[in-house]
Write a protein that binds this ligand. Structure first.
Ligand code: SF4
Length: 291
């Protein structure tokens, strides 16, 4: 149970045993992302992974949830992933689910059969960053994929039986592309209809390319109330028929919300309208925000 560098996990994996099977992110080029600037991508040696599983088995054998880190652990081939999943299933008899971060290309690269094989080993939830439904925004932040590719990847994973949790980022379009970012993100979520959709709010971190653009005046961060209005437009544009659990429970957000779409849409919009009417005092103060 050793960890290398900055390790993150989704808020909903707070109770999970975190196992690093890769270090960093194989893309690591998104202009806004500070997460893995401290380490180059590499695959963790399998003997180290197995040693960690053995140690965890000796200390926390009743583990029910496991999260595989780092940034896009699904980049591993099935040849590498399947023995790790087998070891986890045998070390933790009460294991209920394994979660993982993926980049769009990691899902698209796998065959339907390979995804089903992983699913059969209790790998059941994939977290993926759409970030924006606007290709203009995605290109500008160097995401490396289009919204259509992520829509296809999410559909492919869902068809293989995975739960998919999709992440978007408020403010990512800057002030100039705010409306386009919001509308396109809502539409992309409608096209994927994921089980979970979460919004984070952009925080510009020193050391990132976006920070340089921002300090040079090439990127204008919308103000908090504009980003709240942006969230309103995202939600307005989400049209799903099956239940989508919507959350803004990440520490970066100004207004924590939770609901199920489409049923709670009106309530969510009314809550945002109340916050907009009250202004900045209704928002989480800057000093309490975090990544
Ligand atoms: S946002 Fe995701 S894909 Fe982009 S660099 Fe960060 S971890 Fe990698």
């Amino acid at each position: 149970m050793r960890y290398f560098g900055n390790v993150i996990r989704p808020p909903s994996e707070a109770e999970s045993y975190i196992l690093q099977v890769t270090f960093g992110c194989s893309h690591n080029k998104c202009t806004f992302c500070p997460t893995y600037l401290d380490k180059s991508f590499r695959i963790r040696p399998v003997n180290e992974i197995m040693e960690d599983i053995e140690t965890a088995h000796n200390h926390i054998s009743q583990t029910r949830r496991i999260f595989l880190a780092d940034g896009n652990a699904l980049v591993l081939s099935n040849q590498k992933l399947m023995p790790i999943l087998d070891a986890l299933n045998s070390a933790f008899p009460e294991l209920q689910r394994i979660g993982i971060y993926a980049n769009t290309s990691d899902i698209l690269r796998k065959t339907d059969q390979e995804l089903k094989e992983l699913r059969a080993k209790k790998l059941s939830i994939i977290y993926i960053g759409l970030e924006s439904g606007s290709n203009k925004v995605l290109k500008r932040v160097n995401k490396g994929v289009t919204a259509e590719e992520t829509i296809n990847a999410v559909g492919k994973a869902q068809n293989a039986g995975f739960k998919v949790s999709v992440i978007g980022i408020l403010g990512l379009g800057g002030a100039d592309l705010l409306e386009e970012h919001a509308v396109a993100t809502g539409r992309a979520i409608s096209a994927m209809s994921p089980l979970y959709f979460s919004l984070l709010t952009l925080m510009i971190v020193p050391g990132t390319a976006l920070h340089t653009q921002w300090t040079e005046g090439k990127f204008i961060l919308p103000n908090p109330l504009d980003m709240l209005q942006e969230m309103r437009v995202v939600i307005e544009n989400i049209k799903v028929s099956s239940g989508c659990i919507f959350r803004t429970n990440h520490a970066s957000n100004y207004l924590p919300l939770a609901g199920r779409l489409p049923n709670d849409k009106e309530r969510l919009l009314i809550t945002i309208d109340h916050a907009l009417a009250k202004g900045e005092p209704s928002l989480r103060p800057e000093f309490l925000r975090g990544l």
